[in-house]
Design a protein around this ligand. Structure first.
Ligand code: S3P
Length: 432
């Protein structure tokens, strides 16, 4: 990442209406699953960003024709379940952890040699967590000291498995479920102690896969073909979150976000904000394909501190930096525990969030697996934040800026492009 810097000035109010880009998790999955279908699939509301375009480029490199008639529309000409071709060179996932972790499950059912690599941050992401279950399925994935680059030499033979997730991870769950599609016979079962985002299960069921879901476990049976009519991608709750937080903190705000995905495995932020006294309403609930969506209305509120228990963490894992920001404004002390996974995200998000918030006047302490935050119900001072190559830290700095007294400079603001390329323009559009 270059060292682009952007300034985010204090806002008088956050108001008006906004639509956020298509969900990143669902966009990745839509491109991958559509690539395995026999017939062309239209992906509507695709959330184009550096991460999801890396998935498009990867599937093209694997022999899938993908047209992009509009910014947010794809037509994917799938090659069938086992039709991907090994490319001559490495697959470059860039910064996309979801691509790096999900694709090996799909490659398990193909034939040939595949090497997956990415940027410096990807090369620090643990891969043993997928190598373990894939090995149990008879699929070898060689890592480099537990991290990318990874190498797979595959013959398409996969054994079913019953796998209990040692860490709550939708990426690991999805990888195992994808590999389970290719198993010789028998169901592949993933047991999860705490629910994680279930977009893969919903999409596979839509594509005709027998998916058996019970509390604490999900199972898929092998199939010979996938079929999707189209995928309608809802607005990304994680991209809506910075706006929801800003409109809560800045007095005089009144914001409506249209068509936001409200899958309950993603909206832990709303649960926490309700406890803190926020005023966020969901209206016009409906379905976009397999996913629930709504319009979200936000009004400012005085906040009180809360405790975030480990069971809630997976449903707001990507929003925890914003929760830490909210807690800076809440009366009392907030603790967040059970969030050790933040240490292996695009950056060590416990250290980078603490550094960012304290640099702008917050009182945040790093815990091994979370944060302790002392709230002061007044605007943060402002200052300068280093995004540390992490899009969520860049967004945190931006929101801190609009909620501050003097503004915030975000160094490395180009990281925003990883999930939300026109974040700054959309923020400017609702900032008064
Ligand atoms: C994702 C799962 C989560 C999340 C990431 C996207 C997904 O990661 O943090 O941004 O699309 O499955 P983990 O599975 O590592 O928790």
């Amino acid at each position: 990442m270059s060292a682009a810097a952007a300034r985010f000035s204090p806002a008088g109010a956050i108001s008006g209406e906004l639509a956020v880009p298509g969900d990143k998790s669902i966009s990745h999955r839509a491109v991958m699953v559509a690539s395995l279908c026999d017939d062309p699939v239209d992906v509507l509301g695709f959330g184009a960003s550096a991460d999801t375009l890396a998935t498009v480029a990867t599937m093209r490199a694997l022999g899938v024709k993908i047209e992009r008639p509009d910014d947010d529309v794809l037509r994917v000409h799938g090659v069938g379940l086992r039709g991907l071709q090994a490319p001559s060179g490495r697959i470059d996932v860039e910064n996309a952890g979801t691509l790096m972790r999900l694709l090996p499950g799909i490659l398990a059912g193909q034939m040939g040699e595949f090497v997956l690599d990415g940027d410096d941050s990807i090369r620090r992401r643990p891969m043993g967590r997928i190598a373990g279950p894939l090995a149990e399925m008879g699929v070898a994935l060689e890592t480099t000291d537990g991290c990318p680059p990874v190498r797979m030499h595959v013959s398409g033979q996969v054994a079913p498995v019953t796998y209990r997730l040692p860490v709550a991870s939708a990426q690991v769950k999805s990888c195992v479920l994808f590999a389970g599609l290719f198993a010789e016979r028998g169901m592949t079962v993933v047991e999860e102690p705490v629910p994680t985002r279930d977009h893969t299960e919903r999409m596979l069921r839509d594509a005709g896969v027998p998916v058996d879901r019970r509390p604490g476990r999900v199972a898929v049976s092998p199939v010979t073909r996938l079929q999707l009519d189209e995928v309608r991608v809802p607005g990304d709750f994680s991209s809506a979150a910075p706006f929801i937080v800003a409109a809560t903190v800045v007095h005089g705000s009144g914001l409506t976000l249209r068509g936001v995905g409200i899958n309950p495995t993603r909206t832990g932020l709303l649960t926490v904000m309700e406890r803190m006294g926020a005023r966020v309403g969901l209206f016009n609930r409906r379905l976009a394909g397999a996913e629930p969506v709504a319009d979200v209305e936000v009004r400012p509120a005085e906040l009180v501190a809360t405790e975030i228990e480990p069971e809630l963490v997976p449903a707001l894992i990507d929003e925890l930096p914003l929760v830490a920001l909210l807690a800076c404004f809440a009366r009392g002390e907030t603790t967040i525990r059970g969030a050790g996974e933040l240490r292996v995200k695009e950056s060590d998000r416990i250290d980078t969030v603490v550094a960012a918030l304290n640099a702008v006047g917050g009182h945040v302490e790093a815990l091994e697996d979370g944060f302790r935050i002392r709230g002061v119900p007044a605007r943060l001072r402002g200052g300068s934040v280093d995004a540390a190559g992490d899009h969520r830290v860049a967004m945190l700095g931006a929101v801190a800026g609009v909620c501050s007294q003097h503004g915030v400079d975000v160094r490395g603001s180009d990281a925003l492009g990883v999930s939300f390329p026109d974040f700054s323009e959309r923020l400017a559009g609702v900032t008064g």
